[in-house]
Design a protein around this ligand. Structure first.
Ligand SMILES: *Cc1c(COP(=O)(O)O)cnc(C)c1O
Length: 341
């Protein structure tokens, strides 16, 4: 039985093309800057996002941490979405390791931060106050691409108020493909961008932090301090190169599958599918927590994995086919028509 894993787009495994690229990789000691595959990946990522430089890191969490630690110092502050990954799901790393205080603000229903409220919590120059240095956005936010016009307004505010602006672009390529623009069109609004290779792009490990030459030089130092200096990392970088060269445009298939899934689920009376103006590879379904637990158990017996309680998130990715979506829809329909305990 094939497992259909809709819990996250992190669960993908390298296919034969990627594995071949990994096994062929030329490697060296990346701490000495001598790994040709890592260097190539960093150059490619910087080119694709239109920045001066990039650094390959072990995870998106480390990449965002390096983003905050290179823009802020001890006693500084960053403004971030209350529900954003960087605030909610990264262990408070900026505060724990960098002495950097987060200023969380609730996200608007469309995933943006209200810029009036952002401006309102920038602290004045005053010895009583923390120094506000950085604004962090996330794109896609909960699967929704941020409007390009909004990015323009956010970066304008950051410039006017002398803040740096960082993007947790774990899924920036999903946003770009969905909006039909180049990743640079999104990235150019930011001083730095963190991008996950191990989500929808399908690499097994790694993220890249893209930014200015000076920032990335500083990030290289902090990465080493954090224990993130890897040696023959080229085997992993080769997977990242393969992902960037071959698995970007195909994200459109994940988005189409997600739409198919959302439509199918919307037709089931017992489920409340959250509607989105612009959906990429995630669909959120509200249901009673007991119902969610029962459905999760029921589907698991058929090799279909989902997770979540009152709000179940289903994510499409390169290991989920259109046929798989039809299988999932059938299984959910059967559960509600007959299998329900
Ligand atoms: C997954 C994710 C990260 C962090 O990535 P890890 O590699 O799991 O540390 C950061 N931000 C967002 C929005 C993510 O989805």
């Amino acid at each position: 039985m094939k497992t259909i894993d809709l819990r996250s787009d992190t669960v993908t495994k390298p296919g034969t093309g990627m594995l071949a690229a990994m096994s062929r990789a030329e490697v060296g000691d990346d701490v000495y800057g001598e790994d040709p595959s890592v260097n190539r990946l960093e150059g490619l990522a910087a080119d694709m996002l239109g920045t001066e430089a990039a650094i390959f890191v072990s995870s998106g969490t480390q990449s965002n941490l390096l983003g905050t630690m290179t823009h802020c110092s001890r006693g500084d502050e960053f403004i971030v979405g209350q529900q954003a990954h960087t605030y909610w799901l990264e262990g408070g790393g900026a505060a724990v390791l960098g002495g950097i205080q987060p200023q969380p603000l609730d996200l608007e229903p469309d995933g943006t931060l209200d810029l009036g409220r952002v401006a309102g919590c920038i602290k004045p120059e005053d010895i009583h106050c923390v120094r506000t240095r950085l604004l962090c956005l996330e794109n896609t936010q909960g699967g929704t691409p941020l409007p390009l016009e909004y990015l323009g307004r956010a970066s304008k505010l950051a410039k006017e108020r002398d803040l740096k602006i960082h993007l947790d672009g774990a899924r920036i390529f999903n946003a770009a493909v969905s909006q039909g623009v180049s990743p640079q069109t999104i990235a150019h609004h930011f001083d730095s961008i963190s991008c996950c290779l191990s989500k929808g792009l399908g690499a097994p490990v790694g993220s890249v932090l893209c930014g200015s030459r000076d920032q990335i030089k500083e990030a290289r130092r902090w990465r080493k301090v954090l224990g993130g200096g890897m040696r023959q990392a080229g085997f992993l970088a080769a997977a990242g190169i393969f992902a960037l060269e071959h698995q970007v445009q195909r994200l459109a298939e994940d988005h189409a599958n997600c739409e198919l899934l959302a439509e199918g689920l919307s037709g089931i009376e017992e489920l409340e599918v959250e509607s989105f103006a612009d959906r990429t590879n995630m669909v959120f379904v509200r249901m009673d927590p007991d119902q969610a637990r029962n459905l999760t158990e029921h589907l698991k017996k058929q090799g279909i994995l989902i997770q979540g309680r009152g709000r179940v998130r289903l994510v499409t990715h390169l290991d989920v086919s259109e046929q798989d979506i039809r299988t999932v829809l059938q299984a959910v329909k059967t559960y509600f028509s007959t299998g329900r305990p």
